[in-house]
Design a protein around this ligand. Structure first.
Ligand SMILES: Nc1nc2c(c(=O)[nH]1)N[C@H]1C(S)=C(S)[C@@H](COP(=O)(O)OP(=O)(O)OC[C@H]3O[C@@H](n4cnc5c(=O)[nH]c(N)nc54)[C@H](O)[C@@H]3O)O[C@H]1N2
Ligand SMILES: Nc1nc2c(c(=O)[nH]1)N[C@H]1C(S)=C(S)[C@@H](COP(=O)(O)OP(=O)(O)OC[C@H]3O[C@@H](n4cnc5c(=O)[nH]c(N)nc54)[C@H](O)[C@@H]3O)O[C@H]1N2
Ligand code: SF4
Ligand SMILES: [Mo]
Length: 728
């Protein structure tokens, strides 16, 4: 029997595609993008287009496994090929009953001896499905009284910065980009990371729009741009402040909008006086006349939109960078215009999904001192495992994440994971870098194998993802795993027996008018629902300045989020936000060069700025073991991209083996001199350590230093030196 199932891609990607899965006799035989979905528009990225290879991979974790060899044994070299032979000697298959009983017993003993805070959950973006990302797991850890995890590794810096101006994570609808006349992709790798925005940009360009890319790395998006501005990493705040210097000095801002809808403009005007094009040029490496031209073009081409992405906020001053960039449309008034504004994250659209009902913070066991359980920062995992005491971390339950590859200061993380007294349980689809240090590995379903509710941070549709096939082997979803573990622990609250449909219903019961009328039966029938955004007081259609009003008619139900005010308590964009003072920051905005950067005279030992970037055809480290995808990354895997002058100065030629190092770690890569980076910058990509001949990855070089807002990691503030390896 053949049928087509409607699902939604749950990977950590703004596009949250609507997916059609053809199932024949219980086996998925085809995957495609839903042509009816207004953002997916019938196509998938290269990685998910090959998803059948991932679901039916011979390397899937299919059964609970117990370690029978020392931790780290598999790390050096993992032979490829089908499951069983590869695993023997390291893993022994056990039953779910045995696995759950032994985990429950160990956790109970640890909680008794050290207190439940000695247990740490570790999860991030394996799936962004609402239920499997955060529902039963949170209930479980709250009830247990485990340490809480501050999930900072991706977006907390930019998120806080955005909210510090706008009050809520909302922004320009991707479908509105087609109406733009001037588009800035600012630290946004659109072709690689957000490909469903591209057709809207192309449509705008066919109508004469100009695309500008600001990125220290020459991405494919940069190659397609009308104007590419390579910027010195970590200096974006200076550029945005420099643009505002020109826009304000030349009277190119929207005085009426600024007066009605912003707070702190006079202080901003004062502040940006310091950021003359000449000064900004010295920091950013962008010519002063280009800064002036960019400012003028941006402010006078209407509507103009900025797609700023999270690349900008992975550096030490990333919060100030996002904050400063976010001010731009607030002073030009471009939020009023269809095709104007700015997009970083739209996740605030579903802010009022009833997450409390899913996560039940009221279950939280208080510590003996009566306070809620302590919180540990996931971006400081190495320190958490090696240094935190009172109590030390004695057990870690990992799901939706691969910390042995994605966390900064990899060597420190591995030191912690090797601790023989640490119980590490990993719920996974594959034998990742992290499972190499696990005591127990448990099989997890893919999105083909469970039902979900799916939000998006890059468009305004809520979806239901149906289960297409039965779980492979003995795989269980995160919801099911934590439900069963809770029962084993003797947690008797009825909430630990709720079904997936119960959870979806609860998530949708909310006082938020945005969710009115969006019910599970409706989503099951229609597959997705557009969120009718309440904008901050704006009318349904708020078209731009008069000459564009008729041309830029917004589609029905497509409001502009900040046309008529902002989501802050005063309803104004906070160009000055006094709460920043508590963080030791300027309440308006300012630029200070990152300490780990070329601008720091005392860091001369490591003169090159390393971009430890993502791969275009993998998703963080997910997909990097899918053989059919590996050829697409062949040109950048195990590669160090370096500029001609930097290579020459070190006697390095294309194809040479080079050592890349700093005081945290070292790895060997192959040099490519291809014009992707400017002098002073090098780049390498994230992947599984064990797939590399070094048994190591770029995060050996990155640090635990945190950003200025949101306690985020600084993957893109990382100094290194490079030398040619002498042939053996
Ligand atoms: N194919 C693919 N898609 C993905 C992912 C993936 O790994 N692969 N990851 C997903 C995830 S988790 C996320 S968070 C999003 C992230 O999506 P993006 O925000 O686009 O993330 P990044 O790739 O980190 O950074 C974007 C660009 O910023 C540039 N950049 C680095 N430092 C600076 C700087 O100081 N200033 C400026 N202006 N630019 C800088 C980088 O060179 C990069 O090209 O993508 C998601 N989509
Ligand atoms: N150097 C460097 N480091 C980075 C970044 C960078 O750009 N450069 N990016 C950072 C960013 S933005 C992010 S978001 C983080 C990402 O960090 P992670 O969220 O840890 O991302 P992945 O490496 O994709 O690992 C996710 C794992 O979850 C598993 N998984 C998928 N679905 C499920 C499920 O339903 N259940 C369970 N139990 N497991 C599942 C996948 O198989 C995969 O191994 O990495 C960060 N690290
Ligand atoms: S990873 Fe992103 S682009 Fe690819 S299918 Fe999933 S949501 Fe779509
Ligand atoms: Mo991310």
């Amino acid at each position: 029997m053949k049928r087509v199932v409607h699902a939604a891609c749950p990977h950590d990607c703004p596009d949250a595609c609507a997916v059609l899965i053809t199932v024949e006799d219980g086996r998925a035989t085809r995957i495609e993008g839903d042509p009816e979905h207004p953002v997916t528009r019938g196509f998938l990225c290269a990685k998910v287009a090959k998803y059948l290879d991932r679901v039916y991979s011979p390397d899937r974790v299919l059964y609970p496994m117990r370690r029978i060899a020392p931790k780290g044994t598999q790390a050096a070299k993992t032979p490829r090929g089908s499951g069983e032979s590869r695993l023997s000697g390291t893993w022994q298959r056990i039953s779910w009953d045995e696995a759950l009983d032994s985990i429950a017993l160990r956790l109970q003993n640890i909680a008794r001896e050290f207190g439940p805070e000695a247990i740490l959950p570790y999860s991030y973006g394996g799936t962004l499905g609402v239920l499997n990302n955060a529902s039963m797991d949170r209930r479980f850890f709250h009830r247990l009284g485990a340490s809480q995890l501050n999930r900072t590794i991706c977006a907390s810096t930019g998120g806080e910065a955005l909210v510090s101006v706008l009050g809520r994570k909302l922004g320009t609808d991707p479908e509105h980009f087609r109406h733009s006349r001037y588009i800035i992709a600012w630290g946004a790798n659109i072709h690689g990371n957000n490909v469903h925005l591209w057709p809207f940009i192309e449509e705008a360009r066919r109508n004469g729009a100009k695309l500008v890319v600001i990125d220290p790395y020459r991405t494919r998006t940069a190659k397609c741009a009308d104007w590419y501005l390579p910027i010195v990493p970590g200096t974006d705040a200076a550029l945005a402040l420099g643009m505002m210097n020109i826009i304000i000095a030349e009277g190119l801002y929207d005085a009426e909008y600024v007066a009605r809808h912003t707070f702190g403009f006079d202080q901003l005007r004062e502040r940006v006086r310091e950021y003359t094009p000449e000064r900004v040029s010295r920091w950013t490496g962008i010519a002063a006349e280009d800064i002036v031209k960019l400012a003028r073009e941006y402010a006078t081409s209407r509507p103009a939109v900025i797609r700023v992405n999270y690349g900008v906020q992975r550096s030490e001053r990333g919060g100030m960078a996002v904050r400063s960039i976010t001010m731009l449309p607030c002073i030009t008034g471009s939020w009023k215009e269809l095709g104007g504004g700015l997009q970083l994250s739209l996740s605030g659209a579903v802010k009022n999904l009833n997450r409390d009902a899913l996560e039940m913070p009221e279950l939280m066991r208080r510590s003996p001192l009566g306070r809620p359980a302590r919180t540990l920062n996931m971006s400081l995992l190495g320190s958490a495992l090696n240094q935190v005491s009172d109590p030390p971390v004695k057990a870690m339950l990992v799901y939706n994440s691969n910390p042995a590859a994605v966390a900064p200061d990899h060597n420190n993380v591995i030191r912690g994971l090797l601790r023989p007294d640490l119980l590490t349980v990993v719920h996974e689809q594959f034998f990742t870098d992290t499972t190499d240090y696990a005591d127990l590995v448990l099989p997890a379903t893919t999105f083909f194998e469970h039902k979900e509710l799916q939000t998006s941070y890059g468009h305004y549709y809520l979806q239901i993802s149906d289960q297409a096939i039965a779980p492979l082997g003995e795989a269980k979803s995160n919801v099911e795993f934590f439900r069963e573990l809770a029962l084993r622990m003797g947690f008797s609250e009825p909430c630990f027996r709720e079904s997936v449909d119960d959870l979806i219903d609860q998530a949708l019961i909310s006082s938020d008018p945005v969710l009115q009328g969006i019910t599970r039966p409706r989503l099951e029938r229609e597959h997705w629902a557009r969120l009718p955004l309440p904008n901050s007081g704006a009318p349904e259609v708020a078209a731009g300045s008069s000459e564009h009003a008729s041309k830029n008619q917004a589609p029905a139900g497509a409001p502009l989020p900040f046309a008529e005010g902002f989501a802050t308590p005063a309803g104004k964009a906070l160009l000055r936000n006094d709460s920043l003072v508590q963080l030791g920051l300027d309440p308006v905005a300012s630029f200070t060069p990152p300490e780990e950067s070329r601008h720091n005279e005392s860091e001369r030992k490591f003169p090159l700025e390393m971009l430890a970037r993502k791969a275009d055809n993998f998703l963080n480290t997910t997909f990097c073991n899918v053989e059919s995808l590996q050829p697409m990354e062949a040109a950048t895997r195990e590669v160090l991209e370096i500029s001609g002058p930097d290579a020459e100065a070190r006697g390095i030629r294309q194809g040479d083996r080079v050592r890349v190092w700093n005081h945290r770690g070292s790895l060997v890569l192959t040099a490519r001199v291809n014009g992707a980076v400017q002098p002073g910058v090098v780049s390498a990509r994230l992947g599984w350590a064990k797939l590399s001949p070094n048994a190591s990855n770029v995060n050996v070089l990155t640090s635990e230093r945190l950003t200025d807002m949101g306690e985020g990691p600084t993957f893109y503030s990382c100094l290194v030196e490079v030398a040619r390896l002498q042939p053996a």
